[in-house]
Ligand binder design. Structure first.
Ligand SMILES: Nc1ncnc2c1ncn2[C@@H]1O[C@H](COP(=O)(O)OP(=O)(O)OP(=O)(O)O)[C@@H](O)[C@H]1O
Ligand SMILES: [Mg+2]
Length: 279
């Protein structure tokens, strides 16, 4: 298998902006890692066979990175995402999330870190239909027993930040797909996560709405948010800083995006204005 070299600092620096490379060159040890995985293996044991879904995967995700994970069906993308999201445990290998060694955690600690430090964005939004926009954004705080006087202010700020300041009391069925996904993105940020883990986040959206979401991801990443997304679409992956290709449970390549597609500030503004007009 044609596995890409994985000197993690090098490969992840290669995918970063020139500013980031400069600062990391100044002191490599100062690059903070959002996630570090090494020789990650996942086997599913079935009655008659063992499926080797991941066969020793290694890479680092520095804070501020924007990674697209791609690969054919069955290559292990969802399996990897489940492990990164602490939804499942590896069969072998290491995973350090921020400074936490996931392998050493009890199940309770794993659920806690999942609820408190990972922002999930799913293809199907996974919002609660009976709750308003601000209440949906607060859901992770509720699960952690952290709803307090500041929660409403924080969720209102996040709703405004994703362009939904005028729709705080709407419920998901009263919103478009793109608006629902923006609620989900705001919800993913309420806990100040190590990274946003997005699974085909634009998979249900038309091309114009996909652009809105990608412009929002770019803005969040420009502000320092780390994003890891699974996508089937080349067009979408071209907006990331780095693409990791999986094949048969291994990393086939791990490269910076050569001609990264980026929205200009004017385009970002125009896209959000159009989004307001359209909905
Ligand atoms: N719970 C499970 N039990 C047994 N085998 C599984 C399980 N989940 C995934 N697999 C197997 O592991 C391999 C990787 O699956 P995975 O879902 O990670 O692929 P994927 O890259 O996400 O594919 P897709 O693009 O179709 O979503 C496949 O061979 C799949 O059949
Ligand atoms: Mg999948």
């Amino acid at each position: 298998m044609n596995q890409a070299p994985n000197n993690s600092v090098k490969s992840s620096d290669a995918g970063r902006s020139s500013d980031a490379v400069k600062s990391s060159d100044a002191g490599k040890s100062s690059v903070k890692l959002a996630a570090q995985i090494k020789d990650l293996t996942k086997h599913y044991v079935l009655k008659s066979e063992t499926v080797r879904a991941l066969r020793g995967i290694s890479f680092d995700v520095p804070e501020g990175d924007y990674v697209a994970i791609m690969g054919p069906s069955g290559s292990g993308k969802s399996t990897l995402l489940n492990l990164l999201g602490c939804l499942d445990r590896p069969t072998a290998g290491n995973y350090v999330l921020g400074t936490n060694d996931v392998a050493q955690m009890t199940d309770d600690q794993l659920s806690e870190v999942r609820a408190s430090r990972i922002g999930f964005v799913f293809q199907s939004y996974n919002l609660i239909a009976q709750l308003s926009v601000v209440e949906n954004i607060e859901v992770p705080l509720y699960y952690m027993g952290q709803l307090n006087a500041q929660s409403r202010m924080r969720s209102t700020q996040l709703a405004t930040m994703v362009g939904l300041g005028e729709r705080l009391s709407h419920r998901p069925p009263q919103l478009s797909g793109g608006q629902q996904q923006r609620v989900a993105i705001a919800r993913s940020l309420v806990n100040d996560p190590y990274f946003i883990l997005a699974d085909e986040a634009t998979g249900n959206l038309d091309s114009v709405t996909t652009e809105e979401i990608l412009a929002l991801f770019q803005r969040l990443n420009d502000e320092g948010r780390t994003i890891i997304m699974v996508t089937h679409e080349d067009e979408v992956s071209q907006h990331a800083k780095r693409v990791i290709w999986l094949r048969d449970g291994e990393v086939q390549s791990d490269e910076p995006v050569a001609d990264r597609k980026m929205f200009s500030i004017e385009e970002i503004e125009k896209i959000s204005q159009n989004a307001e007009v359209r909905h």
